[in-house]
Design a protein around this ligand. Structure first.
Ligand code: ADP
Ligand code: MG
Length: 278
């Protein structure tokens, strides 16, 4: 069974320079097979850093992080990342973009015809899952932002990763498109049974998607609380107006307000006034 374990994790940027930034401190978290966990918190609280460490794109400076009992030391096919910017290849069609990651995994000479067939079948199924079968031959610049992000998600799923790591993937989309994407990613989670760790600074998004919401705090980045979401697994937009949803949202927002906003600006003002007389 797939499992990620983070123990007493710490990350200090610039450990060997005078300006060190403690990005993460004493982070403990485990994520089990098939879970949908959201990380929420003010800007700068270390969400992206934690996600990048899970992806193996960033090293940690203390503690440990394991995937199925093995230390994470770099990227792996079991963990795929989706970023805010769609990062598709503009010269490849939708279908070619989805198949691309698969191509990197093999030497092309090693591909048998059944490999090719299996990959085509998987790509077709994913295109169908994201509702873009009709535009398989279109190029990214012909698609809307939401459609491009669907393709990026399908591409990440192509190699059947056990875990999808998503860093504010819908942050650049308008509110209506974001709602559609929320229901799509929940559908994908049900069908593919991928474990998902999803970073956002939007509290509504964190609660609507997550089975657990991990609230992080800045300076230094750490986990403040972990909230189980008191909603059924099957979500619908109506639930956002319910009592449980609103109560959890109010609680999380007040915790975020305590630790950010003016306080963050004050730090910056202090720093600026020390370095340049403003
Ligand atoms: N490559 C880096 N070098 C130095 N500091 C960094 C680097 N990346 C992030 N940081 C700092 O680490 C802290 C956490 O950043 P990040 O993980 O991006 O937060 P979030 O995603 O929650 O906004 C911030 O203070 C940020 O400035
Ligand atoms: Mg970030």
């Amino acid at each position: 069974m797939f499992k990620v374990q983070v123990q007493d994790l710490g990350k200090v940027f610039g450990a060997y320079s005078p300006e060190t930034v403690p990005a993460l401190q004493d982070v403990n978290l485990s994520v089990v097979d098939g879970e949908f966990v959201t990380l929420v918190g003010a800007s700068g609280c270390g969400k992206s850093t934690l996600l990048r460490i899970l992806a193996g794109l960033e090293t940690h400076t203390s503690g440990a992080v394991h995937c199925n009992g093995t230390p994470i030391t770099g990227p792996g096919a079991d963990r795929a990342m989706v970023f805010q910017h769609y990062s598709l290849y503009p010269w490849l069609t939708v279908m070619e973009n989805i198949k691309f990651s698969r191509r990197l995994k093999f030497n092309r000479e090693d591909l048998s015809s059944s490999d090719v067939e299996e990959a085509s079948g998987r790509a077709d199924a994913l295109l169908d899952l994201i509702g873009l079968s009709k535009v398989a031959d279109a190029y990214p610049n012909q698609l809307s932002g939401g459609m491009q992000q669907r393709v990026a998600i399908a591409r990440a799923l192509m190699g059947k990763p056990a875990m999808l790591l998503m860093d504010e993937p819908f942050g650049a989309l308008d509110a209506q498109t974001r709602e559609v994407m929320h229901d799509l990613i929940l559908h994908i989670h049900r069908i593919e049974k991928t474990t998902i760790v999803f970073v956002t600074h939007d509290v509504d998004e964190a609660i609507y998607l997550g089975q657990r919401v991990v609230l992080m705090q800045p300076r230094p980045g750490r986990i403040h609380s972990v909230y189980p979401v008191p909603l059924p697994r099957e979500r619908n937009q109506e639930m956002k107006h319910g009592t449980e949803f609103r109560a959890l949202k109010a609680e999380i927002l007040s915790r975020i307000r305590e630790s950010s906003g003016m306080a963050t600006d004050q730090d910056l003002l202090d720093k600026l006034s020390r370095t340049a007389a403003i």
